[in-house]
Design a protein around this ligand. Structure first.
Ligand SMILES: Nc1ncnc2c1ncn2[C@@H]1O[C@H](COP(=O)(O)OP(=O)(O)OP(=O)(O)O)[C@@H](O)[C@H]1O
Length: 287
């Protein structure tokens, strides 16, 4: 079972610090990096894959720096980048067989492995279709299949659900849950529900730093006492919406139910509410 250590890793592009002194130990399980655009998630994931070199700090796999392990580390790794390359005129089957050869999957295993992956991501029936006829969701599933061809023990998925509809998103979550046993799965997203149900550890990333981490309950607990509910008059609700971070607003009869994330009680009559991960997101990334 691999162990990944991120040891005070920083990445600087000219005068922009994209990842700022991040340290983490990753074992077996699903790690969900949640953050707004530009938080540094992709940069960190690219360093974990070894395609980008840290400006300072080290990433180690079982105690050895990943650059020293080189090919040995790549054999452990499956990677789905944000935009993965494919040949639109290939069929799904041919594309996966081609990639299996690129990843040096032994020939006698490759055909069977490709069929196993097609089954896993629910594309068995479409394997003879050209990829250019696929929907966005089917293409993302094909991307997951290619990342898994070499039985990776470390699976890195960069925004794997971008562009998926809710049904495809649920399907994706189920695939990840099914295959996560005995692996380190690292995924990045800015969609709360992607990590809420499947990540064992949620890591909130902001301006290159991990600002909060823990399981869903622990991360949600970090904003306990900072979420408020209030039934407001419509014009009062408009004013509050401009002043506070509002995570929900809905009409209830002639009043407006308003849910606010704030360090202090926003107004007389507001009652503390049980926080959810959406509230956490708004608390850290609302601005
Ligand atoms: N090659 C690069 N050269 C210069 N700046 C870069 C480069 N790559 C990333 N950055 C900057 O580093 C910061 C972090 O970017 P990164 O793509 O890692 O964030 P992200 O959290 O993955 O966001 P997104 O969800 O939009 O991909 C951003 O400000 C980005 O503009």
């Amino acid at each position: 079972m691999p162990e990944l250590t991120i040891d005070r890793v920083t990445k600087q592009f000219k005068n922009k610090i994209a990842v700022d002194t991040v340290s983490l130990d990753l074992h077996n399980g699903v790690y969900g990096f949640l953050g707004a655009n530009g938080a540094g998630k992709t940069t960190l994931l690219r360093m974990l894959c070894g395609v980008l070199k840290p400006t300072s700090g080290e990433i180690r796999c079982n105690g050895t720096e990943i650059r020293m392990l080189d090919g040995e580390y790549r054999c452990l790794l499956g990677y789905l980048p944000q935009d993965f390359g494919y040949y639109p005129d290939f069929t799904a089957k041919r594309y996966l067989e081609y990639l299996a050869a690129c990843k040096a999957v032994p020939k006698y295993l490759a055909k069977e492995k490709v069929q196993e992956m097609l089954r896993l991501v629910g594309l068995e029936g479409e394997q003879k279709q050209k990829i250019k006829t696929f929907s966005g969701g089917m293409i993302r599933r094909l991307g997951i299949a290619q990342a898994l061809l070499n039985d990776p023990e470390i699976l890195i998925l960069d925004e794997p659900t971008s562009g998926l509809d809710p049904k495809e998103r649920i399907r994706f979550r189920n695939i990840i849950s099914a295959l996560s046993k005995g692996k380190i799965v690292i995924l990045s997203t800015h969609i709360v529900s992607d990590v809420e149900f499947i990540a064992d550890q949620i890591l909130l990333m902001k301006q290159g730093c991990i600002v909060e981490q823990g399981n869903s309950r622990e991360v949600t607990g970090s904003v306990r006492g900072k979420v408020w509910e209030y039934l407001a008059e419509p014009d009062e609700a408009d004013r509050m919406n401009e002043t506070f971070a509002v995570s929900n607003l809905k009409n209830e009869g002639d009043k407006v139910y308003i849910r606010i994330v704030s360090d202090t009680c926003p107004c007389e009559g507001a009652a503390p509410a049980e926080p959810g991960l959406e509230d956490v997101y708004l608390y850290y990334f609302g601005n």
